[in-house]
Design a protein around this ligand. Structure first.
Ligand code: CA
Length: 369
């Protein structure tokens, strides 16, 4: 099989939505008529990744064999490395890798987890990831948590989505919200707290001690993501599991977090290396006895790709992430992943197991310049 072309585009989920709210998708076309689909990190609409795909990656992969996906990934990473592997290039390579794995699955008639050596599990519970809690009152936080409990999540994560330029802005308020949510869900329900890089080291220790007292399961990205040594210091000083890594784009970057002391890492399949990249992270984590709990807030292609990898890992210590409900979830897919009683069931269909609806894509696609 040979790659004959790639088609990359943004999708506007709702009419008139801002460019930075769009999704970034890719179709890779093969000479036997089959199509693989992929997704890039949608930061600022994923536009920078799509431009790299269209202008720098497409010309380099026409005629290549999709089964050479790991060689293609590493060759392009090194050829384009000066565009910056931490960000837009990572998203572009991730989208391509996911699409090539989808093609590979379709070509061989197997779901991706089978090509990874088989699934330890095909039923995956999820945790409800609830954003924007820094701007909510205590009562509003509790109301939103109550709403999400109706989906029967195995755990809940409250994210604070801080602006990262005003550290320790409201620690008493943060603590009040954590206490209120614990009271609401009862003493044993699994909870996580995501500071979204909004704390100083001292602020993180102060808040982390309260989260320990409240029995939270993990404490995510307490300090700035680029302060790797400091993230490790917080992890080492606290008893609660401190996690990080959703803004890490290279395998060496994940190693640095682990060496600093972080014991749960959260790379994102649409940011770093796609399925090939996440598999390498999995090996690294297994060697170090560190938990791999992928970050994933894209509810369709990214989510399916991530679950294919999680299904095939020996250890899956935490549920998979499911972001707040949004229009992004279902409109352009024939079979978008949907939980049943709090659990996603991976289909046995070839490839990723999710299908784009061409008519719906045509209505919403935005061309890339
Ligand atoms: Ca996070």
């Amino acid at each position: 099989m040979k790659i004959t072309g790639i088609d990359c585009f943004q999708l506007a989920w709702e009419a008139g939505s801002a460019a930075e709210q769009r999704g970034a998708f890719l179709r890779v076309l093969a000479d036997d008529g089959s199509v693989g689909i992929g997704e890039a990190s949608p930061m600022q609409g994923g536009l920078a990744s799509l431009v790299i795909l269209k202008h720098h990656i497409a010309p380099a992969i026409i005629g290549a064999d999709p089964l050479d996906h790991a060689v293609i990934h590493d060759r392009l990473l090194h050829r384009l490395v000066k565009l910056g592997p931490e960000g837009a290039l990572g998203g572009a390579l991730a989208a391509l890798d996911i699409a090539l794995w989808d093609l590979k699955g379709k070509m061989l008639g197997q779901p991706i987890y089978k090509l990874l050596g088989g699934a330890w599990r095909t039923a995956l519970p999820f945790y409800a990831s609830i954003g924007n809690n820094s701007v909510r009152s205590v009562a509003e936080v509790c109301r939103v948590v109550e709403e999400r409990l109706r989906d029967k999540p195995a755990a809940i994560k409250i994210r604070f989505d801080n602006n990262r330029v005003n550290l320790d802005a409201d620690i008493p308020g943060d603590i009040a919200k954590a206490r209120a949510v614990r009271k609401l869900v009862g003493p044993d329900f699994p909870l996580a707290y995501d500071a979204n890089n909004g704390l100083s080291i001292g602020g993180a220790i102060r808040l982390g001690r309260v989260l320990e007292e409240l029995g939270f399961w993990w404490f995510e990205e307490p300090v700035q993501h680029y302060h790797i040594r400091e993230m490790g210091e917080v992890a080492r000083r606290l008893d609660i599991t401190v996690s990080a890594g959703e803004q890490t784009y290279t395998l060496a970057g994940v190693r640095d977090l682990i060496e600093a002391g972080v014991t749960m890492v959260q790379p994102d399949i649409v940011k770093m290396g796609g399925i090939t990249g996440l598999l390498r992270c999995a090996a690294l984590c297994q060697a170090h006895g560190v938990e791999l709990v992928p970050h994933q807030t894209q509810p369709t292609i990214g989510h399916m790709a991530s679950m294919q990898v999680v299904a095939a890992q020996l250890h899956a210590t935490k549920p998979v992430e499911l972001d707040d409900p949004s229009a992004r979830r279902h409109v352009v897919f024939a079979d978008a992943p949907t939980p049943v009683d709090g659990t996603f069931h991976l289909p046995a269909t070839p490839g990723l197991g999710v299908t784009l609806l061409d008519d719906e894509v045509a209505k919403r696609r935005i061309e890339i310049g």
